[in-house]
Design a protein around this ligand. Structure first.
Ligand code: AMP
Length: 249
């Protein structure tokens, strides 16, 4: 079985996000970047499927500028077999990514595509669903457990208030939730080996995909600052504040 894993380069999740002073975007200057955490979980799951003999070929694909090759190298160091870099400097939105991934699926013919459930920079949570629609494939989103069997995937999904287990026919698009697995750290020997693995470079034009942005961001703002708390002397004072200041009861 062939698996395709989509990996996005995002701001490192430990970095405190700053907004540009003109409120047009997040400030990306000199910010540490890393693989989107949900994509790390996707790579880990694909590599585990390979290690357990369910898959033979794990292909990591990333779209974006030259720097996304670092993210692909991380995926290769974690155990992916080869990478595909769709090279573009244009800002990519979920529909464009889904179309690019569909073009790669048409070439590579994997049985399963695994994506993160969302990218932590735009929080769109759209690409996997759009890709499944474009391919007319089954989809199982927010996976916290995946069992592949003959022609099917049994996927446990984290839904409001509990877990839901569904069975989808392969080929399928699966998106990963936080509790699916704990991604490994790449060992030094594997980082060295990853340098020799192949990364194929393609362009959106070659894939006949128009990636022009369709959405315009009007404004980016930081969340309002939290006001500092106060210590109340008594329950009566607390009730009074809740009633007359916060007006929540
Ligand atoms: P989103 O719909 O933007 O929240 O992203 C969901 C998932 O789509 C990510 O976790 C990735 O698996 C995939 N994805 C988004 N952007 C890219 C990209 N530029 N290259 C490869 N995969 C991506």
């Amino acid at each position: 079985m062939k698996l395709l894993v989509a990996v996005k380069r995002t701001i490192d999740y430990n970095v405190k996000i700053r907004v540009k002073s003109d409120n047009t975007d997040v400030d990306m200057a000199n910010v540490k970047m890393a693989m989107n955490p949900f994509c790390e979980i996707a790579v880990e799951e694909a590599v585990r499927m390979k290690e357990s003999g369910l898959a033979e070929d794990v292909i990591a694909v990333s779209a974006g500028p030259d720097q996304v090759q670092e993210t692909l190298r991380t995926a290769l160091a974690m155990g992916a077999d080869r990478g595909i870099h769709i090279k573009t400097d244009i800002e990519l939105q979920p529909l464009a990514i889904a179309k690019l991934l569909k073009a790669i699926v048409d070439i590579e013919q994997p049985e399963v595509v695994i994506l993160g459930k969302q990218a932590i920079d735009d929080d769109s949570n759209q690409t996997g669903q759009m890709l499944a629609a474009l391919l007319n494939w089954s989809q199982a989103t927010f996976a916290s457990n995946i069992v592949l069997s003959d022609g099917n995937a049994e996927v446990t999904r984290e839904v409001d208030g509990g877990l839901e287990t569904i069975s989808v026919k392969l080929p399928a698009v699966i998106t990963t939730d936080l509790r699916l697995n704990e991604p490994r750290y790449a060992s030094l020997p594997n980082i060295m080996k990853a340098k020799k693995k192949a990364i194929d470079i393609k362009s959106p034009d070659e894939l006949s995909v128009d990636v022009e942005p369709r959405l315009i961001t009007l404004k980016v703002e930081e969340p309002p600052k939290r006001e500092s708390g106060v210590i109340v002397e008594s329950v009566t004072e607390l009730l009074d504040k809740l009633q007359n200041e916060a007006k929540v009861i």
